[in-house]
Design a protein. Structure first.
Lengths: 624, 293
């Protein structure tokens, strides 16, 4: 493993013809810790030519971001040590002093970060912030800089650029903020753009827009791009060449086509195998395991087919009818609400034992609120939620407490959903004891059993959550949810925060548990590819409403609603051969679910496409 | 199961809260010195009957307002009582007030703050307004006000200082509760059906304790100072019982005869308050990283 790492680290990514914008040789970065220096980046080398995009891909902790920060020399010199050579157009960056480095940053290389909100100053207008980059480097006077800022906003396809100049960052959406960041990075026409997970925090349709934008700008400006990401789909979409990092080492480096076609390193193979891709669902319409890598043999084990887990004859275990949840935005003291967030509008669906229904949609579409309403963590305005035929909205507090045995939830953030002061054994036993299902000793036994069920060792019951990794914590959360032997599990973006290989394992675990216990899942996600893989039914939500619902095969194979089509078009395709196709991507923002207080929800009509596949009839606002 | 192993047990055990405290307390020499100083005062207060050379209440007409000598290291007061003995016994008083009041205030204040923060709505409004009202008065003024109504005496003074300190704890506890309440693990407990009192005791209180403990350490110093001020004003510890505050008050009458009672008691107050402040700062930095430099 180590030998292999060194072998590939020595090999420079081939770059025939043309001059290199960036040449990195044997870059090593170490951090100072109480126990001495710890090497995070263990010697990587690569070149980037003009007009070329190099992707550095790896999972969390692989050292990919540290690589970017080392090149920019943004690490604290007291706490870190960078060795090797970084040449920008032939000039050694690691030997420059602070003033010279300042001149290089922004001027010759621009950087964009993941969190566009925290990277912008909330107290300055975006025009002023873009102009500042130009004036700081002494390129322009204030007036010229403002004019240039407008031109730049136009170049990053900011809608109504001129009127946006005086806006503050908080009034822009996430995608628009990232456009501003790109405009700032491009202001001085840098030779190199470093993009550190620039689309990870964005919705999938906005991600597609930003990726498209970076591609277009690169062709126009002729700059090199160093693109850091964890997403192989994005890599295939944007990169000419790719470096795969694992634990600080470059385990494989080649052209993106070659990596996807004939990856040699088992880790790369596993990464590519784990990428969910649309249109690969199994033939029998059943959810399918993700392929996984067997570490010992280096073989990819493709996901096995599953039997039909749905009990078709049984009554639906969950029936939701005309569910409505609106949040008032408080107005003045004497006036009524200023407006309302229509979070959930007239949502109806059914879930049978052993079935998985996925709610997909982008931020603000109401999918999480729907899940929380089912748990009565928020109270809906109207509608009906029946679990096993009992209307839970009619239950009082005490009877609801009993009902919670049948429906459990797994949350998104595995780091925040376990109390740091309680051992995982106690955390798993808590629901069991709360409902007085047995003695303490039985609860303990149950907790240990469940740890085994989710693939952890029972001795770990005495440890605290901090001692586990993200994937392990999510397994613990699943064990906690299972301790009441519920019929339904609401999984709210439960695998979104996990690295791709861990994500595949957790999803496989959930599928196994469904098979074993006949669980019904309500799977809430924005990730279309994961959804396609694991669901029986899918419901696409937009602005609080279900616009299309039906069996996965029908909805994904024959999408009807324009929004479903747009979502599917935006999913990155992990196939580098299709990189050069320019796909039609609409430049629209996601609309806001906030309406005026007197807004009347229009009467919706639905059309049945095929058996079980229903689509909302859309109006003239969806002219695509 | 054929899965990629997730590097089980690759992570080091997380340091417990006590490791952090130990690390901070023994990092800087100033904090070590302050800790040693506090330890000395605690020992002196605990062993007062054996350490004090005289009975702190014994009066002697023969030794009124004497300057320091080998017999009376800090001289005597206007009743001929040994000032050093009174100071040693006074340390008991100061440290008792210094510890009991902040602890009581922390308990009641945290309770109020957590209830206000967790339940919100009218409960929160009423508690918060009362707390704001209390906070509007300077601590000393509030203490004088209550002491004037209740009179002096040990438990009255404890009550006075406790009430004066409750708002600070209530506010911190409320703010912390508001943020911890949003944590998914609290929501997870609700979703499981855990009862509200258990949620508060098991999931909220342990997670808001760090800033409360830090505040408590810092306010030990304030409590000692407040007790001395009240005793100096004559509404704290009542004569003839010794307290650093009323030693200064008694010494004021014969300031130009013998300044030693004032110097001694003043130095004791200064050193103890300083020591507790230093340790309090260190504890706060250790437990609450957001306030650290």
């Amino acid at each position: 493993m180590t030998a292999m790492g060194i072998a590939t680290a020595e090999r420079i990514v081939p770059n025939e013809g043309g001059e290199n914008v960036l040449a990195v040789r044997n870059l090593k970065t170490a951090f100072r810790t109480p126990n001495g220096w710890v090497e995070i980046v263990k010697g990587i080398s690569f070149d980037i030519a003009a007009q070329e995009t190099l992707a550095v891909v790896g999972e969390s902790g692989s050292g990919k971001s540290v690589t970017a920060l080392s090149i920019m020399r943004l690490l604290d010199p007291e706490m870190s040590r960078v060795e090797g050579s970084v040449k920008l157009s032939g000039r050694e960056l690691l030997k420059l002093n602070r003033a010279e480095m300042r001149d290089v940053r922004g001027r010759q290389m621009g950087m964009i970060f993941q969190e566009a909100m925290t990277s912008l100053n909330p107290l300055a207008t975006i025009g002023a912030q873009i102009a500042e980059v130009l004036t700081i480097h002494g390129l322009m006077s204030n007036n010229e800089a403002m004019k240039e800022a407008e031109r730049l906003l136009d170049r990053v396809r900011m809608p109504a650029a001129k009127s946006r100049l005086n806006d503050f960052p908080h009034s822009l959406s996430g995608g628009m903020r990232q456009r501003v960041m790109i405009a700032m990075a491009l202001a001085c026409k840098p030779k190199l753009l470093i993009a550190d997970e620039p689309t990870t925090a964005l919705d999938v349709t906005i991600q597609a827009q930003i990726l498209q934008l970076i591609k277009q700008l690169q062709q126009e400006e002729g700059m090199g791009v160093l693109f850091i990401t964890h997403d192989m789909g994005v890599v295939a979409e944007i990169a000419d060449r790719t470096v795969v990092m694992l634990q600080g080492e470059a385990v494989e480096a080649d052209s993106t086509d070659a990596i996807f076609a004939r990856a040699r390193h088992p880790y790369t193979k596993a990464l590519i195998a784990a990428v969910p891709r649309l249109g690969t669902a199994s033939g029998n319409g059943q959810p399918q395991h993700f392929p996984t890598l067997d570490r010992e043999s280096g073989q990819i084990i493709s996901g096995k087919l599953r039997p039909d887990t749905i009990r078709h004859a049984a009554e639906p275990v969950l029936r939701v009818k005309n569910l409505v949840k609106r949040f008032d935005l408080p107005g003045g003291f004497f006036s009524g609400p200023r407006g309302r967030v229509h979070a959930v509008e007239n949502v109806s669906f059914e879930l049978r034992p052993g079935e998985t229904l996925s709610l997909v949609g982008e931020s603000g579409c109401g999918k999480s609120t729907t899940g929380r309403t089912l748990m009565r963590l928020v109270e809906p305005q109207s509608g009906e939620i029946a679990i096993d035929g009992t209307d839970i909205l009619a239950l009082d507090k005490e009877r609801m407490r009993d009902m919670r045995r049948h429906i459990q939830m797994i949350f998104q953030d595995p780091y925040a959903s376990l109390n740091p002061r309680i051992t995982v054994g106690e955390a798993i036993a808590e629901p069991y004891l709360t409902h007085k299902l047995g003695t303490r000793a039985q609860a303990r036994q149950k907790a240990m059993d469940l740890l085994g069920q989710v693939g952890l060792s029972p001795e770990m019951a005495n440890r605290y959550p901090q001692q586990f990794s993200g994937g392990q914590r999510q397994r613990i959360c699943i064990a906690r949810a299972l301790s009441l032997e519920p019929k339904i599990i609401v999984a709210d973006e439960s695998v979104s925060a996990l690295d791709v290989s861990i994500k595949a394992q957790v999803v496989n675990l959930m599928l196994d548990l469904q098979e074993k216990f006949g669980l019904a899942y309500l799977f809430i996600s924005h990730d279309m590819a994961v959804v396609e893989r694991i669901s029986h039914q899918v419901a696409v939500m937009y602005l609080g409403e279900i616009v299309e619902i039906g069996p996965v095969k029908a909805v994904f194979g024959d999408p009807q609603h324009p929004y479903t089509k747009r979502l599917m078009a935006a999913v990155p395709i992990p196939d580098p051969a299709r990189r050069l196709e320019v796909r039609p991507i609409s430049n629209d923002e996601i609309r806001s679910p906030i309406r005026a207080a007197d807004y009347e929800q229009p009467k919706r009509e639905y059309r049945t496409v095929s058996e079980g596949h229903v689509v909302q009839v859309w109006g003239s606002d969806w002219t695509v | 199961m054929t899965t990629i192993s997730e590097g089980i047990s690759a992570l080091p055990p997380a340091p417990g809260p006590f490791d952090t405290v130990r690390r901070i307390l023994f990092r800087s020499p100033t904090v070590i010195a302050a800790t040693v100083m506090i330890a000395i005062f605690v020992v002196v207060a605990a062993l007062a009957p054996w350490l004090a050379p005289y009975d702190p209440l014994a009066q002697s007409m023969l030794k009124i307002n004497k300057l320091p000598s080998w017999e009376n290291w800090l001289g005597t007061d206007q009743f001929g009582r040994d000032v050093l003995s009174r100071m040693i016994y006074g340390a008991r008083n100061s440290l008792l007030f210094g510890f009991i009041s902040p602890v009581l205030a922390a308990i009641f204040g945290t309770l109020l703050g957590v209830v206000a923060g967790y339940f919100g709505g009218y409960t929160d409004r009423i508690i918060s307004r009362v707390v704001d009202l209390l906070l509007a008065f300077p601590e000393l003024l509030l203490a004088i006000l209550i002491a004037a109504v209740l009179g002096g005496g040990f438990w009255n003074i404890i009550a006075v200082i406790t009430v004066a300190f409750i708002p600070g704890f209530a506010r911190v506890a409320r703010a912390q509760t508001l943020s911890v309440k949003q944590e998914p693990y609290v929501e997870a407990a609700i979703a499981v059906g855990v009862r509200t009192p258990i949620i508060i005791l098991r999931h909220i209180v342990p997670n808001i304790m760090a800033p409360i403990v830090a505040l408590m350490t810092l306010w030990v110093a304030s409590a000692i100072r407040l007790e001395a001020s009240l005793s100096f004003l004559g509404i704290g510890t009542q004569a003839p019982n010794p307290s650093w505050g009323n030693i200064i008050r008694d010494g004021l009458n014969s300031l130009f005869g013998s300044p030693w009672p004032i110097i001694g008691a003043g130095a004791a107050i200064t050193i103890v308050v300083l020591a507790f402040n230093l340790v309090g700062d260190a504890v706060r930095d250790a437990l609450d990283p957001s306030t650290a430099r």
